[in-house]
Ligand binder design. Structure first.
Ligand SMILES: N=CN[C@@H](CCC(=O)O)C(=O)O
Ligand SMILES: [Zn+2]
Length: 434
């Protein structure tokens, strides 16, 4: 139990129900179902951290003699840990609604890419967009995410695909890290596609990533993670292994877009290279899932992507949880092609409808498990003394109401590092404010 400080900066009172997983570690299998539920709760915050959490009727006793600087009334609402979105392609230029008809007429995702559209179309747009314009666009998406109850967001590069354009994307993320109150976590993904100018010279592009991009990204401190789109016609298992191992040598933790469309063995590769997470996994084999479980790799599932691509098959979340005890995380995968939405609450409903996850599993997936997919389980993802004071406050009578009542935003308030950022559904403090 943490010692209670002499001063409380903010006391959140009148919480109808507080729901949170517990602990710092990823929660797999049946543990995903286990939450702490406190009816009539209060949370005391000091220096951006949770100092005390418990039943409101105990608050007087617990905080006796402590000076309370400010109080905020949660109005009997539902409070959860601030949500964590561990997989987004936040920074990019343009949009791809011009591909909608093609997509809906049944042209597969990889076919659009092979024809020079898809990711390549966004690479063009991103190269032709200034750093300031990329910043403004990403900022408005980040604010949307914040309004959804999200307090930590991962952001990948991968729409530049030249040294300078990859650095440009990552510098935008760094500026947002510095100026925006949400926590932004950066991932280098120069291996998102082979750019058209390297067609037929794929190995040369891999060399460019390894010899020039990785060292610069590390030198400038622009990313924590390195990701690869390991997929048929994109990067092979061998190329992915090489890039991820070289990334590791440069101090970047591996992540991998694995087995999204074709069963290539990306899940096994994730375990082999010691990846912190593997993403998508619609086509992973049982062997792959078993190896992920043994290797401690977190599956990050992206139900918005399979929904938006019009697929009838989805990632096997039930098998992952019930048979392999895996600590499933979920994310938006926000990107301009396969999943153009910032709405984690839509993803929460899709995790219920298409992944057949329970409300308790879903909350675990977008809090403590997502936090661990970003190596941050020690400081976020639960409401416990000592953790960062990141809270989401919802206009919802119960946890199950979040996936159940779909397609609307339930967020009433957001508190990040003890600061009220959203209240009454509006941003009250944000980018550029101390
Ligand atoms: N599948 C690869 N990358 C992204 C999509 C990128 C795009 O289509 O622009 C994803 O995770 O879904
Ligand atoms: Zn992605």
């Amino acid at each position: 139990m943490n010692k209670i400080p002499q001063q409380i900066d903010l006391l959140v009172t009148n919480i109808g129900t507080l729901v949170t997983p517990l602990g710092n570690h990823p929660r797999g299998g049946i543990e995903m179902q286990e939450l702490q539920v406190i009816a009539g709760a209060a949370v005391a915050i000091h220096a951006g951290r949770i100092a005390w959490v418990g039943q409101e009727q105990e608050v007087q006793g617990a905080l006796q003699g402590v000076e309370i600087l400010a109080t905020i009334d949660a109005g009997g609402r539902l409070v959860t840990p601030g949500l964590v979105d561990p997989h987004t392609h936040l920074v990019h230029g343009g949009s791809r609604e011009h591909e909608l008809a093609l997509k809906r007429s049944g042209v597969p995702y990889l076919e659009i890419l092979a024809r020079g559209g898809g990711i390549h179309s966004t690479v063009n747009a991103t190269r032709n967009t200034s750093e300031d314009a990329l910043y403004s666009k990403a900022l408005s998406s980040l604010n949307e995410m914040m309004l959804q109850g999200v307090t930590t967001v991962e952001a990948k590069s991968g729409y530049g695909l030249t040294l300078e354009d990859e650095l440009k994307q990552l510098r935008v993320a760094k500026r947002l890290q510095e100026n925006h109150p949400l926590t932004l976590v950066s991932t280098f993904m120069g291996a998102h596609a082979v750019p058209p100018e390297y067609k037929g010279r794929e190995e040369e592009y891999v060399d460019l990533i390894v010899d020039e991009m990785l060292p610069r990204v590390t030198d400038e401190g622009l990313a924590e993670f390195c990701d690869v789109f390991c997929e048929q016609g994109v990067f092979t298992i061998e190329q992915s292994r090489h890039i991820l191992m070289e990334g590791k040598r440069n101090g970047l933790i591996p992540k991998i877009h694995a087995d999204e469309i074709v069963t290539l063995g990306g899940a096994q590769l994730a375990a082999e290279v010691g990846a912190i997470s593997a993403e998508h996994l619609l086509a992973s084999s049982d062997e792959g899932l078993q190896e992920m479980a043994e290797g401690g790799v977190i599956p990050v599932l992206l139900p918005g992507t399979s929904f938006n691509l019009g697929l009838t098959e989805h990632a096997r979340a039930r098998d992952m949880i019930d048979r392999y005890d895996l600590p499933v995380a979920i994310a938006t995968d926000y990107n301009p092609g396969s999943c153009p939405t910032e709405s984690i609450q839509l993803i929460i409903s899709l995790a219920s409808v298409n992944l057949k996850m329970t409300p308790e599993e879903i909350l675990t997936a977008c809090t403590i498990n997502a936090a661990n997919a970003l190596g941050r389980g020690f400081e976020i993802g639960t409401i416990e003394a000592g953790k960062r004071a990141d809270l989401a406050i919802f206009d919802a009578p119960s946890l199950a109401y979040l996936p159940y009542h779909f397609g609307i935003n339930h967020t009433h308030g957001v508190i990040k590092d003890g600061r009220v950022l959203v209240w009454n559904r509006a941003i009250v403090s944000g980018e550029g404010e101390a």
